[in-house]
Design a protein around this ligand. Structure first.
Ligand code: KG4
Ligand code: ZN
Length: 343
């Protein structure tokens, strides 16, 4: 690794947060600015792609300006410009990619495209400065559920993933069905504290063919069926009990797959990443299980779990020292797979 400090300006605009950050050597945060559009999309019960793109355009210059000011730096002092180029909403991604290319071209700086999920994983390096690969990582976000072996910096092996809905998607859909609204994850997390997690026995879905894959769609349907059955009988259903029971089923499913991976790989380190990783019940269950097994457990602060640009700046640093540089033809790739690279 280089001794010189590498200061990266990172941009993230893959979904509904316009974010910019300045990060040094992948682990030291000089600034972290996030303009959330959640309030706007809440009106529609979910992210509206067209509105997201327009809002990114309105916010991006301000957000970058603030990130540079908060970091007490200028574009001249930056060593590289990093940007999320996939996966995500194509219109939203394009705003960040075009902006990053324009800055890098105008200032003659290297351009580094970053995979959004790799960013989520790298969020763990920021606050856990001693964390180094190899380790297992469970990424649970609004769009993705992946169980991954982080073999080295920038080197990932997917062990399992969701066959249908992502964990966060299931949280959002169940929340909507029980009248909690958007975004569902944090609301289910909160209301579950007052509920009974054993009130309903929702399925801990197994996936045939792969012991590491997930399926959340069946779990979501079981919740909907339960709600319908009560409605038909004219019975009230306890919102907190449904939320807590659904959350308990998600927790059990995640723990089962993750611990299977721990046993079979012999890995003594596991990390969580993605928006759902800020869930209190999931963190608690992993903390208890890992303590019992003598495994080191890592997770980012909630602000680094949901979408942010610090994680992109961290992932970009490890790509930078490996020599990754993108050209002016870098494009947004909405369905970019983990481990896939834009050449
Ligand atoms: O990682 P993220 O910000 O965006 C994607 O890349 O998808 O994740 C957003 C997801 C949403 O589905 C949201 O409901 C969920 O993370 N989420 C939570 C919590 N906070 C956010 N899910 C469960 N419990 C939470 N506390
Ligand atoms: Zn994300």
């Amino acid at each position: 690794m280089e001794n010189k400090e590498v200061k990266i300006l990172a941009i993230e605009s893959s979904c509904d947060e316009t974010a910019a950050a300045v990060v040094v050597n992948g682990r030291k945060v000089l600034s972290n600015v996030i303009a959330s559009q959640i309030d706007l999309h809440t009106l529609y019960g979910g992210v509206v792609p067209e509105i997201a793109s327009r809002k990114h355009i309105e916010n991006i210059n301000y957000v970058i300006d603030k990130a540079l000011k908060d970091a007490d730096t200028t574009l001249d002092d930056i060593d590289a410009v990093a940007v999320t180029y996939g996966p995500g909403l194509v219109g939203a991604l394009l705003v960040g990619v075009a902006e990053a290319k324009a800055i890098a071209f105008a200032k003659n700086k290297p351009l580094i495209g970053v995979h959004h999920i790799e960013g989520h994983i790298c969020a763990n390096y920021v606050e856990n400065t001693e964390l180094e690969p190899p380790f297992l990582c469970l990424i649970v976000s609004g769009g993705h559920t992946h169980l991954v072996m982080v073999e080295d910096y920038c080197q990932y092996k997917i062990l399992g993933k969701s066959r249908d809905d992502a964990a966060g998607e299931a949280f959002d859909k169940v929340a909507r069905a029980i009248g909690l609204g958007y975004p569902g994850g944090p609301k289910i997390d909160k209301v579950s504290v007052e509920g009974n997690p054993t009130a309903f026995d929702f399925p801990r879905a197994k996936v045939t063919g792969s012991e590491y894959d997930f399926s959340f769609s069946g779990m979501k349907s079981a919740v909907l069926n339960e709600l319908n059955a009560h409605k038909m009988k004219g019975e009230e259903i306890n919102q907190a009990d449904v939320a807590a029971s659904f959350q308990a089923a998600v927790v059990d499913t995640l723990i089962a797959r993750a611990m299977k991976a721990v046993e079979e790989t012999g890995m003594k380190k596991i990390a969580l990443a993605g928006g759902v990783a800020s869930n209190t019940a999931i963190r608690k269950a992993f903390t208890e299980e890992c303590t019992k097994r003598g495994i080191d457990f890592y997770y980012p602060s909630p602000i680094l779990c949901t979408d942010n640009a610090v994680m992109i700046g961290s992932a970009a640093y490890f790509e930078y020292i490996k020599g990754t540089r993108h050209g002016w033809d870098l494009n947004a790739i909405p369905n970019l797979k983990l481990g896939e690279k834009y050449e």
